[in-house]
Design a protein. Sequence first.
Length: 95
Amino acid sequence: MQTSPKIHYGWIVVGITCLVLLTSAGIRSTPGILMVPLEEEFHWSRATIALAVSINLILYGCIGPFAAAVMERFGIPVRSCARSPWWAWASPPPR
């Protein structure tokens, strides 16, 4: 009797990582898709929207090494618990 081959745990991690990266890439590319609706709704210029997206990307890139240092020093659970109140405060209330 043959046993069915089991999927190695590493492949599960690779799959979840791919899903997270695809999701985050989709979220980060939404300003390009929403450029015209943002212009029409809020009467912002394309330059203003592009400036906001550019500042976001620059800060996202500059904070990476510091976030890695915090994770290395304190660990991921401590960083996640410390960040949760910030996200609760920064998130808009539901309508």
